[in-house]
Ligand binder design. Sequence first.
Ligand code: SF4
Length: 301
Amino acid sequence: MGTEPAESPEPAGRQQHDGPSLSPSRAGDFLTCPLLYRFRVIDRLPEPPSPVAARGTLVHAVLERLFDRAAPDRTPQAARELVLPEWERLQAAEPELASLFPDEQERAAWLEQAGEMLDRYFTLEDPRRLEPAHREMSVAALLSSGLQLRGYIDRLDVAPGGDIRIVDYKTGTAPPAEFEARALFQMRFYALVLWRAQGRVPRLLQLMYLGSGEIMRYQPDEADLRATERKVEALWQAIKRARASGDWRPRPGRICDWCAHKPICPAHGGTPPPLPADPAAEPAGDRAESAGDRAEPAVTG
Ligand code: SF4
């Protein structure tokens, strides 16, 4: 990628859309555990803030703000200096975050972990040599079936020749090889949205794992994105079938360690609440994706 700003595709606009929609986070929920999807999208159960998710949100916020600085000023020290003000800004927006830490010592240790993730970021690339075309970019595209795909891309880089790179920061660790396809699904999803919205296949998908200091890169092609589109459409049909039948099966796995709904999950001896009325209605779309979604630990199975 070049250092100069190049032709920047306009953000893929979010036209008014009253039909069904799906974000990669919620699609990933259903793929990982249909019951988790139900709890989040159908029941819309609240989830208390967690230190892991909040740290991810904080690190994302600092990396976004870092690129407000002039290129020479995007240093590890500058990133560290942004940690506290960004944390205070997030807390002001979400006062419940204040309850995450019982004392100042724990809060300081948690902030230090965020700082270490940012230090690790600088071992992976030099932000002084980058000029992102977009940060926290809202993207949406309508498929021919009427399903809208939407989400937020952490960073979009455009090379002088027009090549597009989608960059996603993960505050977890890179998944083992057998789960890489699932990790890349989200990126292919974004690539599909950009391709359908703008007609250009992104050149590179780049996942940056700040928990372990690793990068996963993938070069998609049109055939990949057509296959992703078929997969997303099939997934949506499966969601509609579950909605119509009320059969939201739990699929226990490593994600249960982070699942806020474990106490009411039948796979762990709990009892879910009754399904809300009108379960056979057309799904109106899933819950908006948030920065917190992108901050969750890498769940690989
Ligand atoms: S605890 Fe596990 S199986 Fe149960 S809903 Fe959560 S992710 Fe699914």
